[in-house]
Design a protein around this ligand. Sequence first.
Ligand code: MRU
Length: 367
Amino acid sequence: MRVVQPIEWTPAGVVMIDQRRLPAELVRHTYTDYRDVAAAIRDMVIRGAPAIGVAAAMGIALGVLHSEARSIAELRNEFPLICEAMACTRPTAVDLFWAIDRMKRRFEELAAAPNLHAIRDALVSEALRIHEEKHAIDEAIGRFGAALMPESGQVMTQCNAGALATAGIGTALGVIRIAVEQGRKLRVFVPETRPYLQGARLTAWELAEGGIPLTLITDNMVGHFLKTGKIGAVVVGADRIAANGDTANKIGTYQIAVLAHENGVPFYVAAPISTLDLSISTGESIPIEERPAEEVTHIRGIQIAPDVEAANPAFDVTPARLITAIITERGVASPPYRDSLARLFSESALQQEKGLAVARERPAPAR
Ligand code: MRU
């Protein structure tokens, strides 16, 4: 099945699809300055938790590659500034901070590197590895999740948790893709996801490109279709999952979960282990990004409301008790999540260490 690539490392720089312009135009930008990569994350050229993690890692690699530092000591002074530029872009998705931490750890491991070349090579390789891993992670999530989908009928998602959002095959949409590849006859109900319209603009586009049947609905139709539309399951992505399973995802996810619960529809969260934030006990501590009011009062530059105050929290938190299961690349976590997530997290950390050791013994990927 054809999947779109939202970001690529090329000899000319980091190339991104401008997701703000989809579906009307497929435009790509090439970035050679890490500050521009940070601006692209902040301004939503690229979005979706895992994809902004990949962008941050590539931004850091770009910063190191083009740094004017003439010694390792000079680069050591500049490196935290490069990382900070990525960290202050968007606050909610923890994958961003996970990717920055991974690049920082790699930098620390290079304390004994013989020269700047070796550091540059190693950090570019690390960013490419973070990107490469996304496909296998999403496919594993997809396989675990597909088994939970109905044999046929309708499922619902929210926002865009597809290839555009992960730089792999998608998490929630990866589950649906693999279920369809396995022969399940599914139709996806796609809420438009106001105010930024990731459902209407991106998910509808990705599903249509992949030949997966869909029905686009407005956000206020969700309750109606969960009650009457024979929806067999809801599957969404996540931006940050607290230790108790409370999950931050795109604004509107919480009301879908409440309505799914009310109507006896299973509600699944599909996300990589990198989206777990076990340092946060409950969802109450997850920082919620507030975006500009114009995204609510205007649609594509056209004013649709008078000049009044408008609120625009970009995410909400769904309490763990409304979540039927959390699907990760290491398996499916069931309630109580404190135990099941902690177990998956520690197994994954061990696997990650082993995997990285093997990967680093292989030659660096071509670039
Ligand atoms: O504001 P966005 O478009 O970055 O929000 C994206 C979402 O909320 C996604 O559902 C989430 O990041 C999961 S992506 C696999």
